[in-house]
Design a protein. Structure first.
Length: 585
């Protein structure tokens, strides 16, 4: 992950930078805040009307324009507040939409290594929960900051004008409120960060369990997963209680201080009214202005509480946005992939302590089949990942002809490759969607059917009631393993890649399905540079070249006949496969 450019800056600056980068509508934000200010200023005028009304104790002393002015003031305040709230909500929604768009774009270009180190559920939580916290601050609490400050300052100015001595008594309570709110605010910040982390962890558990629900049920692990989920629920409950305890202290303490202040003001103000220093109307206005200080103070408290949550969310969002990403466009275009792929002293490990591949060297000849064979855990699939450029070698090089594959743009390089795996992943959607997935051109019905026919998938597709428009279900659960494999092969055929990588494409199939899929693979392999991982001897025997890998090291290269007589472990592998085939026969 890249070091944060904001590491030396306060968190609130990082938050402001994040908001700036979402490019919200400035005119709408400024208009909304101005309307909030107008609404607040009108509210500051109303107590003075009330003062004159109380002092005169008669509507007769009011002229028609004064009454009309009071009505207009109320209406204007209501309209301004309503429009301001809507516009702030619009800006908040706009910010969170742009932020989620940035995150989604970023998540799609992050390398595979990022997802190796970060749980999917936590990443989803960044996208949903944390962005929602930022939106809540903008749409629900931002206006409270501006109007609250103006209301407090304006009310204090009028109160000093009305009676500076009573105002000074009231101001004594401000340091007391600060002493209460500052430590509680810091505590709330710690709790909110912990709550966000626990929410992300709980989301990760839910995603993992629900995405593998068949494994859970077939393993009778419902009770175990219930316990894991319950633990997450209880942790969230505990954090919620901690948050509730802090809020339970903040609100009553502030209310207590304010009520105490109100009693003192009314008592002391009553004495000054009786002595003639203060009129009854001025005392009423004083109390109304006091409320115009108390309510904004509560809003400011809520703002700073939400602000601490938003800062915590910002740190996690920025961590994702600043992570290293793949560059899909820089580099040359692959003009022809019909050249040898040369691996020279390639070494790789997922961490620094343990190497998965060690000084691997061999050449994949163009238009021919190279089979990768060896014990499980030897690094065969990792080798595929390096050729696909999911990871970069720690040392050594992989070249297409005379050029390193790193010189080619990632998009251009991957366009040359068709990758068919054992799992045959499908997306939610129709069979048509899955065959055409990743094809960046319009596909005619004839091309679609031809690809399905070459993959021996057309027969079972046409037997389905909805044919190519049949929904495959999440990850293709409505289809059999052989059907999924044939759809994956049809997809590869439609892409028409020059390089083909087959990762144990038939190892999990029954004999009948394997025969059909193998015939489809034979069609797919025609004229293509093919790299295949295989446990089945039938796949290996016909390969032009076999590379035997054990514990990350190449221990043998040659044809089937050559290795059968020169490589003891390959001989054991082959004879074991023959024995299995004889028993099956």
């Amino acid at each position: 992950m890249k070091p944060s450019t904001e590491a030396s800056q306060p968190n609130w600056r990082q938050f402001l930078r994040l908001i700036r980068e979402t490019k919200p509508s400035k005119w709408m934000l400024i208009t909304a805040l101005c309307l909030s200010v107008v609404s607040t200023l009108v509210g500051l005028v109303i107590p003075m009307f009330t003062k004159n009304l109380v002092d005169s104790f008669s509507l007769a002393s009011f002229s028609g324009w004064q009454i009309a002015g009071l009505v207009i003031a109320f209406v204007a305040q209501t309209i301004a507040a309503g429009v301001s709230i809507y516009m702030l909500n619009y800006v908040g929604q706009q910010i969170v939409a742009n932020l989620r768009d940035r995150l989604w774009k970023k998540l799609l270009v992050l390398p595979v290594s990022y997802y190796d180190n970060n749980r999917t559920g936590e990443t989803i939580s960044r996208m949903t929960n944390d962005t929602g916290v930022v939106k809540g601050l903008i749409s629900e609490h931002l206006s409270g900051l501006f109007t609250g400050v103006i209301s407090v300052i304006g009310s204090l100015a009028v109160l000093i004008y009305l009676d500076w001595q009573m105002t000074l008594i009231m101001l004594i309570v401000i340091p007391l409120c600060v002493l209460i709110l500052v430590p509680l605010g810091k505590q709330m910040m710690k709790i909110s960060r912990g709550l966000q982390d626990e929410t992300a962890s709980f989301t990760a558990v839910l995603t993992q369990v629900l995405s593998e629900i068949r494994l859970v049920k077939s393993s009778n692990s419902e009770a175990r997963e219930y316990d894991n989920g319950s633990q997450g629920i209880n942790n969230l409950f505990r954090y919620g209680l901690k948050e509730g305890r802090v809020q339970a202290m903040i609100s009553p303490l502030v209310s207590f201080v304010m009520m105490l202040l109100l009693v003192v003001i009314i008592g002391y103000g009553g004495m000054r009214v009786s002595s003639g220093v203060l009129s009854a109307g001025e005392l009423v206005a004083f109390i109304l202005y006091l409320f115009q200080i108390v309510i904004p103070m509560t809003q400011l408290t809520q703002f700073f509480t939400q602000f601490q949550k938003a800062i915590g969310a910002t740190e996690r969002i920025m961590g994702t946005l600043e992570a290293d990403e793949e560059d899909h466009t820089s580099g040359e275009q692959v003009s022809s992939a019909n050249e040898p792929i040369v691996l020279n002293d390639v070494a790789f490990g997922y961490d620094q302590e343990e190497a998965v591949l060690k000084r691997v060297s061999f050449t994949i000849e163009p238009g021919k089949v190279t089979a990768i064979v060896g014990p499980s855990g030897g690094g065969k699939t990792t080798l595929f990942s390096l050729v696909e450029r999911f990871y970069q070698p720690i040392s050594g090089s992989i070249k297409l002809g005379a050029k390193s594959i790193e010189q080619y743009s990632l998009q251009s390089w991957r366009n040359q490759i068709g990758y068919v795996t054992q799992e045959s992943p499908l997306i939610g959607g129709t069979i048509r969607d899955n065959i055409c997935y990743g094809v960046d051109r319009d596909v005619t019905p004839e091309q679609l059917k031809h690809a399905a026919s070459m993959a021996y998938a057309d027969q079972f597709i046409e037997e389905l009631p909805q044919g190519y428009d049949t929904e495959v279900g999440e990850r293709g659960v409505k289809l059999s393993g052989g059907q999924r494999q044939r759809i994956a092969i049809a997809r590869a055929l439609l892409r028409d890649p020059q390089i083909l990588m087959l990762d144990e494409a038939t190892s999990s199939l029954d004999s009948k399905s394997e025969i059909v899929v193998q015939e489809a693979l034979d069609n797919l392999m025609q004229g293509r540079t093919t790299l295949v991982i295989a446990h089945r001897l039938s796949t290996v025997v016909d390969a032009d070249q076999i590379v035997f890998i054990e514990k990350g090291t190449v221990t043998g290269i040659g044809t089937h006949e050559t290795l059968l007589h020169s490589h003891p472990m390959y001989h054991e592998f082959a004879t074991q496969q023959l024995r299995i085939q004889e028993q099956s026969a």
